[in-house]
Structures are given as C-alpha cells and as structure tokens.
Design a protein around this ligand. Structure first.
Ligand code: GRF
Length: 204
C-alpha cells in the first residue's frame, strides 16, 4: 500500500511505522514524509530510513484553504492509497478531509470520544479519570470525531503528571498505529455507507 505520512515534530509514531515497514513486515511503501515545520526531528528520521522528505511551511500562505490546496497537490503527486497523520498539528479544511475521505488516518492521545483537541494528558488528570489512552481514527470534518478503529487503555497512577502519563500513552501509540495501518494494507477495512468494517464486521 503506498502511503504518505504527515508530521510536525518529533516523529516517534513515524519511527514506529518505519520500523514495522522495514522489519515487521508491514506491507506499506512510504512514498514521502511531509512536514509543515522545517527542521523537525521526524524529517531526520525519514532521511535516515532513505525516505523522501518534503517541507511545506504553512507560514507564507495567506490562509488555510490555500495551504491545504497546495498540500493536497503535493500529496497527490505520490498517489497514496492512505494518508497518515502522525503528530501533524494542523486543523485541516473540509475540502482536504473530503478529498481523502476513507483514506485519512489520525492518532489521538486519548480514549475518544473523551478529550478531543489539545492537552489531553493534563485534562485527563484534572478531571480525575481512572484511565486514559490513545485512539486511531478515520478523519472526518468533525475534529477528532471520526470513526475509531482501535484504542488502547493505560492506567492513571496517583503520582502521574502530564509527562509520565504521556510517556505511558505514547508507548501504546507506537503499537496501535502500525496495527491500524496494517489492517488497511491487508485490505481488511471496508465501508458500508458510513459504517467502517474490519474483516466484514462493523467496528463499534
Ligand atoms: C502523539 O502523542 C500523537 O498522538 C499526537 O502528537 C504526538 C506526536 O508525537 N497527535 P510524535 O511526533 O509521533 O512523536
């Protein structure tokens, strides 16, 4: 499966996907890694793996719609069957989301539908949640609101701060994201109208 991965930073999820593609038998061809931020560590990780990198800096574009159109053009040059958001810290326009409908994935550090948006670890602690986690979901026009493919729970411990909790969640992210991508690559995901199915069974 040809894929394009979008990042904005550290790229540890990107690394997990690269590692699975290189030695874990994940049947994807990472055609490009695109960052909206120049100089981030994720770009270096891609280069180290011999993957083509692109930077499309959002500064210098007059508005979100113009940027997203340029981004679509860049992505479409690689003809991906799946577009993977891996710490891509931008809200996407409805046009963009529609263009990649059913082939746009995101990972979010919470047990969706809890804690959409930013600062999920601090919010889980503030609200006294007993557990927290991560979710891989299809991207729809509703922010962090698309169908969830897979989730993992982690316990919240009494001495946690946002950083210790984030580290526990991140470990799960690195397991979940390659797994969800594998389902796509192996043709195990299909759609019945709005309903997403894994191996023919509706995902709840
Ligand atoms: C992850 O926690 C991801 O869930 C969130 O941003 C973070 C990206 O980390 N969307 P990395 O760049 O993959 O290391």
């Amino acid at each position: 499966l040809p894929i394009v991965i979008l990042i904005s930073g550290r790229g540890s999820n990107l690394q997990a996907i690269i590692d699975q593609a290189v030695s874990g038998g994940l049947p994807v061809e990472i055609r490009a890694v695109i960052s909206n931020v120049p100089g981030v560590h994720g770009l270096e990780r891609a280069r180290q793996a011999g993957i083509e990198t692109q930077v499309l800096d959002h500064r210098g574009f007059p508005d979100r719609a113009t940027y997203d159109r340029a981004l679509m053009e860049l992505i479409d040059g690689y003809a991906p069957g799946l577009v993977v958001l891996a710490g891509f810290m931008r809200i996407l326009t409805p046009d963009f989301v529609r263009h990649y409908a059913r082939r746009l994935l995101n990972i979010h550090p919470s047990l969706l539908p809890r804690h959409r948006g930013l600062n999920t670890h601090a919010r889980a602690l503030e609200e006294g949640d007993a557990e927290h986690g991560a979710s891989v979901h299809l991207v729809t026009e509703e922010l962090d609101g698309g169908p969830v493919l897979i989730q993992a729970q982690v316990p919240i411990r009494p001495d946690d701060d946002p950083d210790t909790l984030a580290a526990r969640v991140l470990e799960q992210e690195h397991r979940l994201y390659p797994e969800a991508i594998r389902w796509f690559a192996e043709g195990r995901i299909d759609f019945d109208g709005e309903q997403v199915r894994l191996d023919g069974r509706p995902l709840t």
